[in-house]
Design a protein around this ligand. Structure first.
Ligand code: SAM
Length: 307
């Protein structure tokens, strides 16, 4: 690929800057800005102009975001906003917004609030009646899903599975008959174990897509039957390095789920018409003898499918 932008692209970028002015960027608003998940050029022109415009940037890791801003030739006051101080940070952000400032929130990579801090800040800002503006862009879930070619009835994004084996297996079990494409984030040191557990629970034939290092130098998208996936990962140590999205194709009806779980799913579907998720899970556990945790996750899955 050519290493420089063609004159056409340079002119296009210039002309697109006019499009930016077609949108209002209200003062006193929180801008939720997606940043690259790997390749630094995956940032939108709109995201760059918002980062340049705002009075402060709330970010997970000030060093990380400082580097990113430096790469884009910008510097802004930063508000550390991570999972341990989100409520406190939200108050600081709200005070700035109430003074009429514009504040951006970014995470270390991708879209804030997708398996990243951001939800509590957005919730607090909205609860104060203040404006929130999405600046859409990269997210590993969307990038991986769009290149998976897997079919299902919609998709269900689960983020990270529990780190303890028993809880992970019970979460997988509860999803085993979901007809949606299942999308998970996974850490490199757990990917082989997780894929082996998926093979156990979902069966040999179900297809998986292993999406690794998206938009980076060693990007890899590998699709195969679950029966082959652990061996593929184990065949080369490099295949277990980096960042991963795992996608499992949706279950064909009655695929991979024991009769008792299929019965439990039917029962939960009925109970959810009358009860909350936790009440339905508790009642179904009493009736079927299946563990309540597994039924709770299954009930959430059904609710998500219905919404
Ligand atoms: N907010 C981010 C988003 O919008 O995708 C996700 C943040 S989450 C803390 C980080 C996880 O996302 C990684 O452990 C990995 O599972 C996934 N991820 C992020 N970047 C990725 C990439 N370039 N390739 C594959 N997976 C990625």
């Amino acid at each position: 690929m050519a290493s420089q932008l063609s004159p056409h692209l340079v002119a296009l970028l210039d002309s697109l800057s006019e499009e930016i002015t077609l949108q209002r960027f209200p003062a006193g608003a929180l801008y939720v800005v997606a940043t690259p998940i790997g390749n630094l050029s995956d940032i939108s022109i709109r995201a760059l102009s918002v980062l340049e415009m705002v009075d402060a940037v709330a970010c997970e890791d000030t060093r990380n975001t400082g580097q990113l801003m430096k790469r884009y030739g910008m510097s802004k006051p930063m508000i550390a906003t991570h999972q341990h101080n989100e409520a406190e940070a939200a108050q600081k952000i709200i005070e700035r917004l109430q003074r009429g400032e514009r504040v951006a929130i970014v995470s270390d990579a991708g879209t804030p609030a997708i398996s990243d801090p951001g939800t509590r800040v957005v919730d607090a800002v909205m609860s104060e009646g203040l404006c929130v503006v999405p600046i859409a862009g990269p997210s590993a879930v969307a990038a991986a899903l769009s290149c998976s070619g897997l079919s299902g009835e919609g998709f269900h994004f689960l983020g990270f599975l529990p780190s303890k084996d028993a809880q992970r297996d019970s979460a997988l079990q509860a999803l085993s008959s979901s007809p949606a494409v299942l999308v998970f984030y996974e850490a490199p040191h757990r990917v082989l174990d997780t894929v082996s557990a998926m093979r156990q629970v979902f069966g040999e034939q179900r297809r998986i897509v292993i999406a690794r290092e998206l938009s980076k130098l060693f990007e890899q998208l590998h699709r195969c039957a679950l029966s082959e996936a652990p061996a593929w990962l184990a065949a080369d140590a490099n295949r277990q390095r980096g960042e991963f999205v795992l996608l499992i194709e949706g279950a064909k009806r009655s695929d991979g789920e024991s009769d008792s779980m299929t019965d439990a799913r039917r029962l939960l579907t009925l109970l959810l018409q009358e009860c909350s998720v936790s009440q339905a899970a508790a009642l179904a556990a009493k009736i079927t003898g299946v563990k309540k945790n597994a039924l709770y996750t299954m009930a959430l899955d059904i609710t998500n499918q219905q919404s």
